[in-house]
Design a protein. Sequence first.
Length: 303
Amino acid sequence: MTQDSLQISAETPEQDVHIENEAPARTVREKPRAESADTAVYADSLAADSLYADSIAATIAAPVAKPAPPPPPPAWTTGLEPVSLPARADRDSTIMTSLVVVLLLIILCIQKSRRLLPMLFKDLWRVRNRKKSFDEHTANEDRSITVFGLQLTIYLAILLSAGIDLAAGRPPLIDTAMSLLPALALCAAFYLFQISAYWAVGFAFSTSTGRRMWLRGFNAIQTFLGFALAIPALTVIFYPDASRTALIVAAFCYILARIVFISKGFRIFYHNYWSLLYFILYLCTLEIAPLFILYRLATTFSL
């Protein structure tokens, strides 16, 4: 018994020890298996990641074929952005063509009628009653006087339109040819009105000789006034910044021409003190009032 009990007791601890030692052994053997499975999964994921990274690296590293960039444009094709030029009279083909045609006609008239200008210069003051002094003009001279009147009408229209533009606070002749049409029509009508009115006044208050002298003086004044207004009108067209000075010069020339014409009319129509009353009425009716009416009509059609 003693030996058997000792043997059993001896075996029992061994079994306990064996059992206690066996469980950890199993545990030790099972943990590496689990770790090996996780390690395999982790390794597989690393392999997949490495393959994805390699594919990305290959994609990034692979050269991409790009088309060659176009050559730069030549130097003469580069520059500032195009900007449209502001409207001006010197860039308008209609105005420039009209001026060139008028200048050519005047040159031709002067060449064909060389004695006309000296005669017109004498008509500014001459009031002699001799028959020889009032010979009728030739056909060439009449055509030349008509061309001179056309020149004056165009220059007056340019200056009148520029004056209205400046009075309205805008650059002169900004609408170019279209802005000149109302002023041109008004100046032409004003010129014809003056000829008709002076003929009627001469017919009513003077003799045929006095009327002819007065009308010849009017044509002479208008001719030389047209030449005098050429420089201010061209200044307004080609140098708009000097328009105010040009208009002042033009106004001075016009006033001087009217003084010369009125003084000749006074010498023709003055007979006594009563004639002064008629002369004052003439000044108000034909020299002062028409200018205000002309300016009023011009502003009405232009603004």
